[in-house]
Design a protein around this ligand. Structure first.
Ligand code: AMP
Ligand code: GLY
Length: 423
């Protein structure tokens, strides 16, 4: 089978590494991929948002199956376009990708179908939004309706900050049209859990749970990033919580999407907060999470390609999706200064005795050499029978990966380990 994977970050590197393990997969193309993915797949210089280019490439190169990984092409209709020319895909069509593409859509859906989430109001008029802020409780959360590179969520600690956020989104258009409409919602507290799931619209199969570390600094301080590291499983996601999530969130979401004529097929990501009143949805993503995928897929025992085919064919119920009874840790190595200003172009080298899987997000190759080309450069991943071992190993292996101005957090997994110790 000739497979095409759309995207070019650490998540796509992890997906491609897993697909390579399948006996059915003979060739993989990555659009656009990156300098490191080029060692595992044929990279083609077509951007992930170039729907026409992606479709043309798939047809001309007799692609048997396409995996569309990032949110942008999914929301823009890459899967619709590929389906229209007869190419099977893993990923939702745009009418289902709206679950991530529009926060107003997903909030209204949750309200209509009684899926637990933060209380909210939506606004298309700035003055009304500002009036509302006069009375609401603080802190309050302001969200741009559309995709905003993961930056469209502002947690305002003061009324003043909340008003500024609304003006920036709705008047100054810092997120472009994504901020023309906004959601203002209740601030929730509690530990967060990421649950990626496979669904074919009939059944939903949660993958092993994970914990992201979004802030740039140790102790969850500093600016929000695309993710500085992950661990799996997430100790807050107990069996009891998992059962509640299945009954109150996962199944109702799949059913709601079917009822609305927006059947979701692909990876549906549930961003959950475990509040005192039970698990609530913080956000849905219409795709694999990054860097959650980097710890989840290495623990998957079942053939990923067979699962993806079953999702597309609506036969997921026939597959026994199994995970290893192990733990995983991903330590992200970023460019110093990220998520603000940083330099790139430094050579990346690995010690010969490196055992970790390294999933590369931002790198360019020149001949045999690899150079940094982004803020988040790569993730060093280790699996082990216990979380303690996985974390220690990921950190010791990260010492074998070198580039100038590298920055990493020193406490990935620390909170998860503390929870395990308390149990
Ligand atoms: P992002 O990944 O940019 O969408 O960031 C979303 C993050 O904002 C979540 O991971 C939460 O930490 C936080 N967040 C979003 N909505 C709420 C809420 N209603 N209450 C508290 N925190 C929230
Ligand atoms: N790690 C969060 C996301 O993929 O959106």
């Amino acid at each position: 089978m000739r497979i095409m994977v759309v995207g070019g970050g650490g998540r796509e590197h992890a997906i491609i590494s897993k697909l390579k393990e399948s006996e059915k997969v003979t060739e993989i193309f990555a659009l656009p991929g990156n300098g490191a993915i080029a060692q595992d797949a044929t990279c083609v210089n077509i951007g992930a948002k170039d729907i026409e280019g992606i479709t043309k490439f798939a047809l001309e190169n007799k692609i048997d199956f396409a995996v569309v990984a990032p949110d942008d092409p999914l929301v823009l209709g890459a899967v619709d376009s590929l389906h229209s020319v007869g190419i099977p895909c893993f990923g939702p069509e745009s009418k289902a990708a709206i679950i991530e593409g529009s926060k107003i859509f997903s909030k209204d859906m949750m309200k209509e179908f009684n899926i637990p989430t933060a209380e909210y109001e939506t606004f298309s008029d700035m003055d009304k939004a500002l009036d509302y802020l006069e009375t609401c409780e603080i802190p309050v959360v302001i969200k741009a309706d559309g995709l905003a590179l993961g930056k469209g969520v502002i947690i305002a600690e003061t009324r003043e900050a909340a008003k500024n956020a609304v003006v920036e989104m709705m008047q100054d258009k810092v997120f472009g049209d994504s901020g023309s409409n906004i959601v203002i919602e209740e601030f929730l507290t509690g530990p967060e859990v990421s649950v990626l799931s496979f669904t074919d619209g009939n059944v939903v199969v949660p993958m092993i749970s994970s914990m992201d570390h979004k802030r740039v600094g140790d102790g969850d301080t500093g600016l929000n990033t695309g993710g500085m590291g992950t661990v799996a499983p997430n100790p807050y996601y107990t069996e009891k919580v998992a059962n509640r999530c299945m009954e109150e969130i996962f199944l109702p979401t799949i059913k709601a999407m079917n009822t609305l004529g927006r059947t979701f097929k692909g990876c549906l990501y549930f961003g959950l907060m475990i509040t005192e009143k039970g698990p609530k949805v913080i956000e849905y993503n219409c795709r694999f999470g990054d860097p959650e995928t980097q710890v989840v897929l290495p623990l998957l025992k079942t053939d990923l390609f067979e699962i993806m085919q079953a999702v597309e064919n609506g036969t997921l119920a026939d597959i026994n999706v199994e995970f290893k009874d192990e733990c995983a840790c991903c330590v992200v190595m970023a460019s110093k200064g990220y998520p603000q200003k940083y330099e790139t172009g430094f050579e990346i080298t690995y010690d010969e005795d490196l055992e970790a899987k390294v999933f590369v997000a931002g790198a360019k190759s020149e001949g045999d050499r690899l150079y940094t080309a982004g803020g988040r450069v790569l993730g060093v991943v280790m699996t082990a029978p216990t979380l303690d071992e996985a974390v220690k190993l990921a950190y010791s292996e990260s010492e074998k990966v070198h580039f100038e101005n590298a920055y990493k957090r020193n406490d990935i997994g620390k909170r998860a380990l503390a929870v395990l110790e308390d149990k």
